[in-house]
Design a protein around this ligand. Structure first.
Ligand code: ZN
Length: 138
């Protein structure tokens, strides 16, 4: 199999193994996939490597959230035969999603399950309910 075919196979594999919905951005020498709603996993594919990251957001200030994914694994995709490569990439994607979902918390007020960046500082309520409880007027 040629390198171009191998790359196409990997591209197709990634897009069928991400949680739905997913987005695909073609950047400068890199294809970036983000899967899940809320986002769970980020996969970056270059012409030599595939990087799998757990989606994460950090609040730099109380008003600005920055996407800072955490690296779960990296594979030099040209160096592996197809079947091993797909199984490793598949496991990394599953692992990143599971780790991300394990951080979700249930709001004690509205009962919704939220990713950590939507929770208030005390981790027991979502930001919306925390504001209501605090009687914050906007
Ligand atoms: Zn809530």
């Amino acid at each position: 199999m040629s390198v171009a075919e191998h790359y196409e196979q990997l591209l197709a594999f990634i897009s069928t193994h991400l949680p739905d919905p997913f987005t695909q951005e073609d950047g400068d020498g890199v294809v970036i996939f983000t899967g899940g709603a809320p986002s769970e996993v980020v996969v970056r594919l270059t012409d030599t490597a595939v990087f799998v990251e757990e989606y994460a957001v950090r609040w730099e200030t109380p008003f600005s959230a920055v996407v800072r994914p955490r690296r779960v694994g990296m594979v030099k995709w040209r160096r592996l035969p197809e079947s091993q490569l797909m199984s490793i990439v598949g496991d990394l994607i599953k692992g990143a999603c599971a780790t991300r979902r394990a951080r979700y918390r249930t709001c004690t007020f509205c009962g919704r399950v939220n990713p950590p960046e939507w929770m208030a500082d005390d981790d027991s309520s979502c930001q919306h309910c925390a504001e209501q409880e605090a009687g914050v007027v906007h």
